[in-house]
Design a protein around this ligand. Structure first.
Ligand code: SF4
Ligand code: SF4
Length: 431
């Protein structure tokens, strides 16, 4: 049997009907001192210190950039505890006890439109850097570094495709705040020198298209298009989105800016709007709880909220005595986690809770479905075999590094082999 799979059930219809619930009043907020891109970090506050919303409380440090950490509530610094972050691993987290007074730090100041008009490109980039903005679609790549490019940029693409099943936080944001996304896109165009902006969404979202087109009417001096691209998976992969939204083909591994393109997730553009217009770092985001093991809900919650707070607020686990499988992120690209003391960070889009769906792997039947479905045209089954024999040369020859970890090979495999996990392991071994 050979099957090329591009269309997968997205499970979003019911989730999109859920009302958005606010969860802005957790008693304790937790701020990971490190992240996947920043393996080191330090705090600049001490136990007992009073902090305000938007105050810098530390810095995460990576190989090529630093990211400010900000308090998202006002209250007292309580110390440190280890909890799980977006990587699925326990990390040190600074704890702030929320005093519910919502005191805003004096550094947070809204700008008038005249103030913003007077900003130079470098000023906008510095605002974005100081606000600690990173890609909110999951990549967590620092936004200011994309904008600092010396390459001439022709177009900024706002990626609102969100192709992974069960994820609806970008959809919810665009439906609720389309003008913020468009304004953020305009600021990104100004910071990059791009004359054009394109918002890419799925073809099937007619209601979203109409809403964005209506909102666009307010920004008519700017050259902004809304383009409907395919519904298939992984249409949201930036190379695929750019090809279908603006017709530019970018070879994998090349810098987008060399081809005159910068790509931002729509949530990131909303965070750029909040930083430039309101002087705010990322204080909150949309997050979805889904799966048959939990009451489903979409929340608007503060960064630093513990996932257990959200689960409780949603109504708790369904069948609490049944063993659960927890997936942080989407079902295709998310990571399995073994505990639920997960801290919501900038890039946490979703938690899926399933009632005991552990599957048993069977031997490979050489059907080649994984090969035919791979969007980057590598051979997952061969890579798995090379990894099993720890053959680094074969892994390199098979171009394991091209894998975008989209999860399609695992999804299509009739033997339920977790091929994507082998791809991750293979990449690490081939380094
Ligand atoms: S996870 Fe990697 S190997 Fe598997 S289908 Fe996606 S890109 Fe191809
Ligand atoms: S790994 Fe799975 S999908 Fe790939 S050839 Fe074997 S059985 Fe088929």
């Amino acid at each position: 049997m050979i099957a090329k799979t591009k269309h997968i059930p997205d499970g979003k219809t019911e989730l999109k009907k859920l009302p958005i619930t606010e969860c802005l009043d957790a008693e304790f907020l937790y701020y990971p001192v490190t992240s996947q891109r920043c393996p080191e970090g330090e705090t600049c506050v001490i136990g007992g210190q009073y902090v305000k919303i938007g105050e810098v409380i530390g810095t995460r440090k990576g190989a090529f950039f630093e990211q400010n950490m900000h308090a998202t509530v006002s209250g007292e610094v309580m110390g440190f505890e280890k909890h799980v972050d977006q990587s699925g691993k326990p990390v040190d987290c600074l704890i702030v006890k929320n005093d519910m007074k919502h005191d805003i730090h004096p550094s947070i100041k809204e700008r008038t439109d005249e103030d913003i008009d007077a900003l130079e490109r470098e000023d906008i980039i510095k605002i974005i850097k100081d606000a600690g903005l990173v890609g909110l679609g999951g990549g967590a790549f620092p936004s200011y570094i994309k904008l600092e490019t010396k390459d001439p940029i022709k177009v900024v693409v706002a990626n609102g495709v969100e192709c992974e099943p069960m994820l609806i936080s970008d959809y919810g944001l665009m439906m609720e705040k389309p003008k913020e996304v468009i304004q953020g896109l305009i600021y990104a165009m100004k910071a990059s020198g791009a004359p054009k902006g394109v918002i890419a969404i799925k073809k099937k979202y007619k209601e979203l298209y109409e809403s964005l087109m209506f909102a666009r009417g307010e920004f008519c001096p700017y050259d902004i298009d809304v383009v409907r691209v395919g519904n298939h998976y992984p249409q949201g992969w930036e190379i695929e989105t750019i090809k279908n939204a603006v017709g530019i083909t970018i070879p994998q591994g090349e810098l987008l800016s060399k081809y005159g393109v910068i790509n931002f997730n729509v949530s990131t553009l909303s965070s750029i709007y909040n930083a430039v217009k309101k002087g705010l770092p990322v204080l909150e985001r949309y997050i979805t709880l889904s799966g048959d093991g939990v009451k489903n809900r979409t929340f608007r919650a503060r960064i630093g909220t513990m996932m257990t707070n959200l689960i409780e607020k949603a109504g708790g686990y369904v069948d609490p005595d049944t063993e659960k499988v927890l997936i942080l992120g989407g079902p295709m690209m998310g990571v399995n986690v073994t505990r639920d003391d997960i801290v919501m960070t900038h890039t946490t889009t979703s938690l899926i809770v399933q009632n005991n769906v552990l599957t048993k792997e069977e031997p490979c039947i050489r059907c080649a479905s994984c090969v035919y479905s791979c969007p980057v045209s590598i051979q997952p089954v061969m890579i798995m075999n090379a990894y099993k024999t720890r053959n680094k040369d074969a892994l390199k020859a098979l171009e394991v590094n091209k894998c975008i970890e989209c999860g399609l090979c695992s999804y299509v495999c009739p033997s339920k082999i977790h091929l994507t996990e082998y791809m991750r392991l293979g990449k690490r071994l081939a380094k």
